[in-house]
Ligand binder design. Sequence first.
Ligand code: ASP
Length: 577
Amino acid sequence: MLRSHTCGELRITDVSETVTLCGWVQRRRDLGSMSFVDLRDRYGITQLSFNEDFDGDLLEKARSVSREFVISVTGKVTERSNKNPNLPTGDIELVVEKLDILNPSLTPPFTIEDDTDGGEEIRLKYRYLDIRRTPVKDKLVTRHETNKAVRDYLNNAGFIEVETPYLIKSTPEGARDFVVPSRLNENQFYALPQSPQTFKQLLMVSGLDRYYQIVKCFRDEDFRSDRQPEFTQIDCEMTFVERQDVLSTFEEMIRGVFTSVINHDLGEIPVMTYADAIRNYGSDKPDLRFGMRFNYMEDVAKGKGFGIFDNSESVIGITVSGGNQLTRKQIDAITNYVKRPQIGAKGLIYCRVNEDGSYKSSVDKFFDQDALKQWAEVCEANAGDIIFVLSGDLNSTQKQMNELRLHLGDLMELRNPNEFKACWVVDFPLLEWDEETNRYHAMHHPFTSPILEDLDLINSDPGAIRANAYDMAINGMEIGGGSIRIHDKGLQQKMFDLLGFTPDEAREQFGFLMNAFEYGAPPHGGIAFGFDRLCAILSGTDSIRDVIAFPKNNMGRDIMIDAPAEINEHQRRELSL
Ligand code: ASP
């Protein structure tokens, strides 16, 4: 080893030891006859001191190093007179006796310290330098620890890791595929997997019983903030299980990960139906760190001569506890927020509940104190609260109210990043009607089993069939989803039929799976977690980019290696492009 210790290791108990450290120069400070260098490596920072009285030549050499030089130093650990309580090594410094410059450095394009002056693009271009910064590096460490905790749990629970291929066949279902031209098979293309879904199901037919893989998946989607074209899933599948078995297994996994990575007890994870989630929060991934459930006010809001409510299918109110303190200006800003085209509300009605129990609403002309009292009862509002009301058709009002609820949660500082509230959402609709193509899509994917007792709706009202599918959400983010699968060829065929596949199309695209179902396919189910999102939540960041070592930018470009890029004529010809 070129060093005896790391830069994060030395303590007061090491005083008078002679040690050798290696690392990068974070900063140098020159004071009269002395110089101090902060030496950094993955493990921390140690202060080095150089003193003219001790060795003038050495001081001169020290003054030739600048930011990001790689150096090696040998010296004596000494107690500091000026201690730094913010640094684990802050009680000591190394009085240097020997300095080797291992490699000089250009001046870095941004400051490599916890707080940097570098913008996002430049930091992405020099990502290897950005990773030298502690907050960036720490997130990769958290990612590693999360990966390890997941593997430990699954390995102990009898799951085996199996790798599935990256070069597979394109299927039109789901998102857009990335395709890879095949040189040996002219004019033919592989596709990169959007998930190993069919392969993991085949492994269940193979009898592997419990499979997992922490695996890259690829989806060629249009720009959406915080999407990466390649991302990582914790992909799992189990045989001879029902929904509750999958939920229990993975609830234990996620709780274990939170305990081991951030020492946080998530507690029991509540299960709610999709219908309840939409009804109470207008979202299938509700943020449960705060209340503000929806209240349906049609009975107390309609029929009082206020046309907007009278002509609406739904009138929904939410109560902001202590919200009467909001000023007129703040309410105007909230109103403008919901009227933005992305949200699309026509307006926002409010009702204050004053400290003396009287009411003041924006529709006092139509609603007297008694009528508003009824509002307060339905919305469980008390003195000092405010009620916000939106109206319109049910679907849009729920969506708008969800946006308003989250916005108010932010405004009232109820979305504490150090608090974690998880939930399972179950019983999703099996199918989703697509207005554009005039046909049903699988809401989850075509291999998800319907809830069998709903099957008799298959001809009369297929849209009402529930899926045996489940998602896990944490703090309003979907972090995982899965389902009990179809393992019966007849049912799978029926599903393809519902989705508008002709028998030929179904055979061409999924014949291998249908064939496998003829050779003793066991009941099975599984789930996949978004590993990047899980790491982001555990690292306290909103962006998955922060937890990926070499992420792509918003346009799907890697601006460090400059990809994607053109290929040369020769390559093109070889690939018949
Ligand atoms: N393959 C699914 C997905 O990527 C997850 C699953 O059903 O296990 O969403």
